[in-house]
Design a protein. Sequence first.
Length: 446
Amino acid sequence: MATMGLEPLAVLGLAAVIAMAISPRASDGTTRSIAALGLIAALILAAGSQGALTSALLTGDAAARFGTGLCCLSGLAALAILRPASAPREAPALILLATLGASVLSGAAHAATLFVGLELVTLALIALTVLPRSAPALEAGYKLLILGGIGAATLLMGLAFAFAATGELTFAAWSSTDRLVALGAALLLAGLAFKFSLVPFHMWTPDIFSGAPAAAAIVAGVASKVGVAIVLLRLQPQMPATGIWQTGLAALGIASVVLGNLQALRQPSLPRMLGFSSIAHSGYLALILASGAADTAQAVLFYIATYAPALFAALAAAAILDRDANLTGLRGLVWAQPLTGAVLTLALLSLAGLPLAVGFWAKFQLFSALAQAGTYGLLAVAILGSAAGLYFYLRFTVTLFRRDGVDFPRPPHWQEAAVLLAAAATIVGLGVYPGPLYALVTASLP
């Protein structure tokens, strides 16, 4: 079927338009229901699609469908933890728009769709960030707006150089060794690094995690990363053979792993720690891409798929605790709120990469890919970064089990409990038996 692959995008776009149109008059529950139905329908269409769209602008291959499905899951998680008090009725429509943008990125094969997808994610994320209108949210939104504009300008400049050298805007035409293409590749990588939260383009990320609604952090931490990661996988074989792409990725990855982990070590706030550790996780993905390993695509997609449920659970717990999501306020959470405390423990252990949690297999894939590629320097950076991560994740985990606990404001709502339970089942189930996820990722390679 000629349109195969576009149906999920059409459903997301239609649901976003409807949700935005009715939001001034409809109740919060109505707009949420429309958004949820749109996300579920798009997820089902992405999972059930078998054909592949052939177009210069978009591709509907297995990797695009995998990315769309993961973006829809992140949209559902973001929708579930929205708090009506801090999220006006426009928020569900913004989540749909951000999910649509990330899904467009997953299938982008042309400069036009690359730019449209990136800006759709960024603009929706800015609006979602500032909705509470609190000082931290506005600060995070301003940073994202200013830095996002710089990132977009850098990206456009890179696309312009590539077009000037090749006369083409499709990814497949950019494998020339022309100096203009190499310069364009460097600028393009810098623009994508902003969206991927790589150092030194990372300054907005911790503020989104700590100052914006948790739903915005889920969009920034998962949906945006999924789309950009698949774009990087598609661009990798087309980049000039001058080494500038791999060298740039390696430098950005090393800086992100080192700075992200060092800053996370100093954070007493759970959301801010997750923000800096998100930068480190982006660095690990950049190291895999820079290594040129034979199974790079499999390792990258598997890593993101295992990172997502742990981040969903951790941010859901942070949303439940609100201002108490710090080392002082988390004391004794396991005893006071067993569900929230137990699932947060699982999430932190998975992010740390410990056995019996699905994150262990992600770190195993990371180390295996770097070792097989013979990039032992990058492997050493990844191991040392993971060791530092083990410390600050366990630091928060131990706090959850302290007996001198504090009073907690409220138990989770049923939507938040659903996210916690689904994330916990995924973390443990795939941690014990990762075979189905391996099979899915292998079938979804670009």
